[in-house]
Design a protein around this ligand. Sequence first.
Ligand SMILES: [Zn+2]
Length: 264
Amino acid sequence: MPKPRNYQTESIIIKKIKLGEAGRILTLYTPRLGKIQAVAKGVRRPRSKLAGHLELLTHSLVSLARGRNIDTITGSQTINSFLPLKSDLQLTSYALYATELVNQFTADNIENYPLFDLLLETMHNLCEGGDNELVLRYFELHLLDQVGYRPQLQQCVSCHSILKPTTNSFCPSAGGMLCSNCSQSQPLTYLLSVNAQKVLRLLQNNDYSIASRLEINPELSHQLEMVMRNYLKYLLEKEIKSAVWLDTLREQTRQETLSQIAPP
Ligand SMILES: [Zn+2]
């Protein structure tokens, strides 16, 4: 049976690029169709009715018409505009980081409902005003689960012994932790304190309702960020563009805070 010419899907707008004079090609992440590309004609015109419903980081119900090469968006209704994510630069950078990772780790037209759910949950969590670093670490670990790169955090990936409660190393190329014996033969590893290992395991094995109760000091938070960043970078074989922006904004905030504490 041929597929119907028109269809509707929930989606999160995760990427946009300009097309011609007034159009865009949008990347949508959907619950049942995975990642899809679609043309939005005329959305860059000031009076476009569609434009507001097709902003980046918007959760929308989108109507599409099938095309030979690419489908065209014929209508869109906002389900959640996630305004807080658009009105605060720092939150924007966190949310774009999450959508960029979803984009990088997925291929077109492959359904992954749990991943859609995770992205949506992450956008909600970022709007809650809690520890946003924790939101991202939780997101990264569960994303890796969904795309088949769950890091091994319970036992040594080389000798398979259960890890002792001591400083152990994370090895990106081996996809998990190494015990102190095995890590000696591996040059590119990251030392993780007992606490860092505990937090990563807790994040990996629990829902966000439990994970969100964690309180993490800045030093530990930084350690977790670095190990995850390096693992993701290794898997993608490149820098994560939005992570660079995220770092710049954070550094600005830090400088501003410093100058408020000790005016020059
Ligand atoms: Zn070992």
